[in-house]
Design a protein around this ligand. Sequence first.
Ligand code: FMN
Length: 319
Amino acid sequence: MTPQEPTFMIGSVPIHGDLILAPMDGLTDQPFRDLCRRLGSAMVVTEFINALDVIEENPRYPKRTRFKDEQRPLALQILGNDPQRMLTAAIQLVKEVQPDILDVNLGCQSKNVTARGAGAALLRTPAKIGQIFALLTREFSIPVTGKIRLGWDEESLTYLEVAKTIQDNGGALVAVHGRTRKQAYRGQARWEPIREVKQALQIPVIGNGDVRTTADIARIKAETGCDAVMIGRAAVANPWIFSRRDRGQVDPQAAEQTIFAHFDAMLAFYGEPGVTTFRKYLKAYLAPYAIPRERLLALLKMKDPASVRAEIARIFSEL
Ligand SMILES: Cc1cc2nc3c(=O)[nH]c(=O)nc-3n(C[C@H](O)[C@H](O)[C@H](O)COP(=O)(O)O)c2cc1C
């Protein structure tokens, strides 16, 4: 394979690489997507954008869609319950944001999302998913993809029907998180259904759920035959996983450099409030080191960027 040859295609979009940062509300913002893309994520996906927010012009949504050109290919993820409204919102979003791919959220498990029939609730009504994909794929020349779970619960494992419906209505890829809505994030993700989906579809399939190490990457690929692997929570503690490095393989010097670059990017994107938003990443970055609890808590309470910076430098100088 020449370096230019894509690993796989999402419709007309070539994807170089098989590891992809999973979309995570409140985590995969512009700075974190940027970092993971640089470290090797083959593309990025925005946090979900609620179709209602777009239609009602809620001021909170535009920040969630911002990205740098270097992040491309970028998939913009839309969430909604009403096919026509999702189309209306998507038309506006695609025009404004110019993503490479449009992704439909069919997996969000939070109660306020599913209570109104959006996210994973749609897995109970595959026909509606068919309508959504028919409308979107007819409207756009960019590929439309879907991110699904296995179903609502054990009595409603609709993943195969949903995946085929997406393909039959013009969808260009299906990403499968190997849990039901009822499981939320509990228990162990099942990968066998991902293999079933891969065998049943002609379009590419992404495997997702509980991939934490480079060994897990090899295992999910071997067990499912998936075209690519999405990594979510483990990437927060170890974004280097996109360079196929386990956390133990990242030396403190490289970790410190990345932490500072991420912190600077957060401050540039959010201004001073970036200090607070950075805490969840900082806590995960520092987890491998034996930092006394009191000292860590004190660091995670600091508000002044210069003090945070100085304390991180001190911690690394003492390792
Ligand atoms: C905090 C959090 C937020 C999430 N937000 C989204 C989202 O906006 N869109 C989406 O499709 N999935 C979302 N997910 C699901 C992840 O993309 C992924 O499917 C799930 O975390 C399983 O993968 P993992 O075990 O690698 O974390 C979210 C997950 C978490 C933990």
